[in-house]
Design a protein around this ligand. Structure first.
Ligand code: TNX
Length: 467
C-alpha cells in the first residue's frame, strides 16, 4: 500500500459528487463491524468485516435513490452507506474498499452516467476457463463495470455446450481449435451457469454472444449439412474474418439458430442475447437482411432483448434492439437512422475502446488495425460526441471489447485490460464535466501497488507516474 494520504475523491471511476469534511476521518480496524438488514447481508459480506447489530459501518436501502446510486457519509464516529438497491450499495462498497482503511471524512453522492458499462472477453479465438472468467470478474467489479459480454463462438471455435448439437463442442472446442490451435476448451452448461451466478453476486450481468450469420466456420466444420453445398469444410486457425456464413435460404439454418438461442436464453437470467452480425463480407446483402429478419425477433420470443454489432442496422430492427457500434469512422448513417428511430446504442469505437489494440509500437501483444490505444486515448473522449446523430439520449452505455487472437494466458488478458479498462469505466460512469486526464492519471497511479500485491500483471504505461 502507498503511504500517500488519500483524499475522499481518490476513487475510479470518479464519483459524481464529493464533499470532503476536513479534520474528520474514520479508521477501519480489526474491531470495526458492519450492520446491515438481511436484504444487504450478501453485499455487506464483500467488505470482509464482521457483522454486528451496532456496527459503525451501516448499510441501508433508500428508495429515494436511483437503482445504481449510493450515498456514503463518513464521520469520525460512523460510516453510513445507503443505496437505491443492493446494487447501488454494492457500488458504494467498492468505493469504500478503494478508499479504506483510512477513510477521509465527508459525503459522496454517486450514480452512473450510463446503465450499461461493459467489457468483452473473446473465448472463441482463445478459450478461458470458468475459473479464469470468475477471476476476471473480480477485477472488473471494483471499477463498477456491470456487464461482461462473452464472445462464445467464432470461426476458430465454439465454446458453449449445446444439448442436441454435441459436435459443436466435440469438434469446435477440441484440440487444435482457437487461433494457431492454441486455445481448446468450452463451458459446460453447469460451468456457464456457475459463471452467471458468480457474476450476479457481483452485480455483473453476463451478455452471451452467438455470432452469426458470419464467423461460423466452426459450425460448418462440425455440421457440414449447414453449408450451402453440404460439403465438408476444413477447420481454420488463422485470424482472417468475413469468409464464412450461415445460409439464409436454408430451413436447417433456422432450426439450428432457434435451438442454440433457446439454450442460451434458458441459461441466461440477464435480459440480453447478442447475436453478432458483424463482418459478413461473404453474405450477399439481401441474404444478410433476410437472415436477420428471421433471427432478430427470436431473442424477444424467448423473453430477451437482442443486441447486435452495428452492421445489423441495415435490417429492420425490433423496437428494443440495441446496436453496438465498433468501427473507427467518424459517422455511420445506418446507426444514426436507427438511433433516430429510437434504438439504443452501445458505444465501442475500436480506436477508443478496443483493448486488443497495442498501447504503442512496442507492445508485445495485440493488433493495430485501429491504431495504437494509449491510456490517455482510452480516457480522453466522449461517447455522446463520437457519432453524429447518436447523442446522449440514444446511448445505453459503453463497452471495451477484448478480442483474443494474440492472447495465450490470463496474464495476457490483464496486460491489455489494465489500466485501460479503468479509463473506459470512468468514461461510462462519471459525469462528463467531472472528467479530467490529469486527475485520472494521478488516481490511477495508486492502483500500481494494489495490482502488484494481487499478482495482476498490468501494463506499467509510462503515461502514469506509478506509486
Ligand atoms: C473485428 S469488431 C472483429 C473481430 C476481430 C477484431 C480484432 C468486430 C465486431 N469484429 O472479429 O476479432 O476486429 O480486433
Amino acid at each position: 500500500m502507498s503511504l500517500r494520504t488519500r483524499t475522499l475523491g481518490d476513487v475510479i471511476p470518479r464519483p459524481a459528487s464529493v464533499r470532503p469534511v476536513t479534520g474528520a476521518s474514520f479508521t477501519i480496524d480489526a474491531g470495526t463491524a458492519v450492520s446491515a438488514p438481511a436484504t444487504l447481508a450478501a453485499v455487506a459480506a464483500h467488505l470482509g468485516l464482521p457483522a454486528g447489530p451496532d456496527g459503525a459501518i451501516r448499510l441501508a436501502l433508500d428508495d429515494s435513490l436511483g437503482p445504481e446510486a449510493y450515498r456514503l457519509e463518513i464521520t469520525a464516529e460512523a460510516v453510513t452507506l445507503r443505496g437505491g438497491s443492493p446494487q447501488g450499495v454494492f457500488w458504494g462498497v467498492q468505493t469504500l474498499l478503494q478508499l479504506g482503511p483510512e477513510l477521509p471524512g465527508g459525503v459522496i453522492e454517486d450514480e452512473p452516467r450510463y446503465p450499461y458499462r461493459s467489457t468483452m472477453l473473446d473465448l472463441a479465438r482463445h478459450f478461458f476457463t470458468a475459473d479464469q472468467i470468475k477471476a476476471h470478474i473480480d477485477l472488473l467489479a471494483p471499477f463498477k463495470i456491470n456487464h461482461l459480454h462473452l464472445h462464445l463462438t467464432d470461426d476458430q471455435g465454439w465454446r458453449l455446450e449445446i444439448p442436441g448439437w454435441p459436435r459443436l463442442t466435440e469438434i469446435g472446442a477440441g484440440p487444435g481449435t482457437g487461433v494457431d490451435g492454441a486455445g481448446p476448451g468450452f463451458l459446460t452448461l453447469a460451468e456457464y451457469a456457475d459463471v452467471v451466478a458468480y457474476a450476479a453476486e457481483r452485480f455483473v450481468t453476463i451478455v452471451p454472444e452467438i455470432d452469426m450469420p458470419g464467423h461460423v466456420n466452426a459450425v460448418h466444420v462440425a455440421y457440414p449439412e449447414l453449408t450451402a453445398d453440404g460439403q465438408p469444410v476444413a477447420p481454420r486457425t488463422d485470424a482472417e474474418v468475413g469468409y464464412s456464413s450461415l445460409v439464409a435460404g436454408k430451413e436447417e439454418t433456422y432450426a439450428f439458430v432457434e435451438a442454440v438461442l433457446k439454450t442460451v436464453a434458458d441459461l441466461t437470467p440477464g435480459p440480453y442475447l447478442h447475436i453478432g452480425g458483424d463482418e459478413c463480407h461473404s453474405t450477399p446483402p439481401e441474404d444478410y437482411r433476410a437472415f436477420l429478419e428471421r433471427v432478430l425477433p427470436i431473442p424477444g420470443r424467448f423473453g430477451k432483448r437482442v443486441i447486435g454489432w452495428h452492421e445489423i442496422a441495415a435490417a429492420d430492427l425490433p423496437d428494443d434492439a440495441i446496436v453496438q457500434y465498433w468501427r473507427i469512422e467518424a459517422a455511420d448513417d445506418a446507426v444514426a437512422r436507427a438511433a433516430a428511430a429510437g434504438r439504443r446504442v452501445i458505444v465501442s469505437p475500436a480506436d477508443r475502446t478496443y483493448l486488443d489494440m497495442k498501447y504503442d509500437a512496442a507492445t508485445r501483444l495485440g493488433l493495430d488495425w485501429a491504431g495504437h490505444l494509449s491510456v490517455e486515448r482510452a480516457y480522453d473522449w466522449d461517447p455522446a460526441e463520437r457519432l453524429p446523430g447518436v447523442g446522449e439520449e440514444s446511448i445505453i452505455g459503453v463497452e471495451a471489447p477484448l478480442w483474443s487472437e494474440t492472447l495465450r494466458s490470463v496474464d495476457d488478458v490483464r496486460y491489455l485490460t489494465f489500466p485501460r479498462l479503468p479509463a473506459v469505466a470512468e468514461v461510462a460512469w462519471s459525469p462528463r464535466g467531472s472528467r479530467d486526464w490529469q486527475s485520472f492519471r494521478e488516481r490511477l497511479a495508486a492502483f500500481g501497488p494494489r495490482w502488484e500485491a494481487a499478482g495482476v500483471r498490468f501494463h506499467r504505461s509510462p503515461e502514469i507516474d506509478w506509486h
